[in-house]
Design a binder for this molecule. Structure first.
Ligand code: SF4
Length: 208
């Protein structure tokens, strides 16, 4: 019999002890295996029917997604939980996840937020990456860690917390207008041309 997994959407991997106990309980009830990976706890080895039951009993949406969409936002602890944190990267990451997760775009799109230049959230290999400095966030675009790996390039710096979501909306506007089916953001910019991309987005970013 085909086995499937259920992956609860836990933004930033932040979870209460109560929910963790609930995940363990449903995994035991339906003979699932638990695997901690990325920002979630995968409940593997379920039948399709049991997977639906698990989702209903947990009351948490699953990570399941359409292929061409914004994936769960990755973010590091940042201020105040990390001594090196220069900004509240978790607060920003949760806000971005709330707005952008599951939005449709031409291909898979990953967003990452780091609270300092150490970049623990690997933001240089995210389609859209952010890391904090003492003066605000730096915005990187075009990275990815797939088989056509690419490093993101900085297109804005010193962004205040509240300017980040509007800046991402501008980048996504460009992507939706120019991206071809299954083409990652960096590939779209490579094809259209970085100069064209910068001419179209930077003046709008500066006007935010
Ligand atoms: S990127 Fe900086 S703030 Fe975030 S976890 Fe790493 S060291 Fe801490």
């Amino acid at each position: 019999m085909t086995k499937v997994s259920f992956i609860p959407h836990l933004p930033g991997g932040i979870v209460t002890p109560e929910l963790l106990r609930k995940i363990a309980a449903v995994a035991e009830k339906y003979q699932g295996r638990l695997r901690i990976a990325g920002n979630s706890v995968i409940i593997a080895g379920l039948t399709l029917a049991d997977s639906d039951q698990v989702a209903a009993e947990l009351g948490v949406p699953g990570e399941s997604h359409i292929a061409s969409s914004v994936r769960a936002v990755t973010f590091c602890p940042g201020k105040p939980d990390c001594a090196r944190g220069l900004a509240e990267s978790s607060r920003l990451g949760l806000e971005l996840d709330e707005e952008f997760w599951r939005q449709e775009v031409p291909a898979k799109l990953r967003i990452g937020v780091s609270g300092c230049p150490n970049c623990c959230a690997e933001v240089f290999v995210k389609d859209i990456g952010l890391y904090a400095t003492a003066k605000g966030y730096r915005l990187l675009v075009g990275g990815n860690s797939g088989h056509k790996a690419q490093i993101g390039r900085m297109i804005a710096e010193n962004l205040a917390h509240e300017k980040v979501a509007p800046a991402i909306r501008l980048v996504l506007d460009f992507y939706r207008n120019n991206g071809e089916n299954r083409e990652r953001l960096g590939q779209t910019i490579n094809r259209v041309g970085w100069e064209v991309f910068l001419q179209e987005t930077v003046p709008k970013l500066n006007a935010l």
